[in-house]
Design a protein around this ligand. Structure first.
Ligand code: SF4
Length: 363
């Protein structure tokens, strides 16, 4: 059966609009209104066209259509799950690692993802963009820290800015001698591909620094022809791309979907980079998998799917302690006690089928 395609003229932002367009059941309206009063909602025409309104478990809808579960906050969940605030020396900057900073320019996005780890910081009611003074102070901070090699524009979604403003920002950053890399994290090529125009792409390049773009997508269906064309425009202009995805229950928590997603990235010349374990953002428990599930999925990718398609499965340690890989281990039982216990100093290595092999110890 062909999926009905919803053709919208504008982004939906109200619970009543979601119901009116068949993206949520009328019986859920009161619940949706409560959620929408708490967390921003936006479903663009490009995203709405991907949702099958007849499928109650649609993996695209799960990412963007609010659910009442979002109002249940578990004790371990927190407003600032990855600790942006503790590493913010000035407004708009997060300096968590020595050689790079996040630069949060805007607090708006084309769509609002139900699992967003910055859901308490993004959306229409939050400060829209950095003030002129805050922007100048953030630039001064970057200028005065020679160890900053990479600036990561994030948000909100930086591609919500106009090409003119983005070009100014890129030029300001590229003029700082020690800033060599400007990385832009965005969901716009998927959520609103029409924003990626030749003018926008030109704005992303500035002499003096290399631009990388990280595309956020979680399901292979999100890489539509339009999204692929938007990415191709950037890549053909010489901007390398990487991917980031979040492991989400009912969206991509099965081996076939995850493999397909990674393959589609590679087919689009986007190198799979991060598969994030779901952060402890408030009201997102229904979308989080267990770490054991994530590791099993990574095991399924390894060996069965090309090496080009392997992302790093990572966890942001709550509190701001940074990101660490938490994928499965293939060198097992190799600490000193293990090796003494079996009276054998060889290493133990697991292959992609789960079989264990010995590897000779160093002479
Ligand atoms: S686009 Fe990114 S910042 Fe915006 S709501 Fe989605 S995950 Fe959050």
């Amino acid at each position: 059966m062909t999926m009905p395609t919803l053709k919208l003229a504008a982004t939906l932002r109200q619970a009543t609009e979601l119901v009116a367009h068949g993206l949520a059941p009328a019986a859920a309206l009161a619940d949706l209104e409560k959620v929408a009063a708490r967390y921003a909602v936006a479903v663009t025409p490009a995203v709405a066209a991907l949702i099958d309104p007849n499928d109650p478990d649609d993996p695209i809808a799960r990412q963007y259509i609010p659910r009442i579960d979002e109002l249940t906050t578990r004790p371990e969940e927190r407003a600032d799950p990855i600790g942006d605030h503790v590493h913010a020396p000035v407004d708009g900057i997060v300096h968590r690692y020595p050689d790079r900073v996040l630069f949060k320019l805007v607090h708006v996005c084309a769509v609002y993802c139900r699992f967003c780890f910055r859901r308490e910081m993004v959306g229409p009611g939050k400060d829209n963009a950095l003030s002129g003074a805050a922007y100048a102070a953030a630039l001064d901070y970057i200028r005065s820290h020679a160890e900053i090699w990479e600036v990561i524009l994030t948000g909100g979604d930086p591609l919500m800015l106009s090409p003119r403003r983005l070009a100014e920002i890129m030029a300001d950053l590229a003029a700082i001698a020690h800033v060599k890399i400007i990385r832009i994290h965005t969901r716009v090529p998927v959520a609103e591909p029409a924003r990626v125009t030749p003018e926008m792409v030109a704005a992303l390049k500035a002499p003096g620094a290399t631009t990388w773009v990280a595309l956020h997508a979680n399901h292979p269906r999100e890489l539509t022809d339009q999204a692929r064309a938007a990415c191709a425009l950037m890549i053909d202009a010489g901007i390398p791309m990487v991917s980031q995805s979040v492991l989400l229950t009912g969206v991509n928590d099965d081996a076939a979907t995850l493999a397909q997603l990674m393959r589609v990235f590679v087919e689009c010349r986007i190198k799979p980079y991060y598969l994030h374990h779901g952060d402890l953002a408030p009201g997102t428990a229904h979308l989080r998998t267990t770490i054991a599930q994530g590791q099993a999925l990574m095991r399924a990718l390894r060996g069965n799917v090309s090496g080009l398609c392997q992302p790093d499965y990572v966890l942001d340690i709550p509190g701001g302690f940074g990101k660490v890989p938490i994928g499965p281990q293939y060198l097992i039982g190799n600490d000193e006690a293990d090796r003494e216990a079996r009276d054998d100093s060889s290493y133990r290595v697991v292959d992609y089928c789960g079989d264990v092999h010995a590897y000779p110890p160093e002479p």
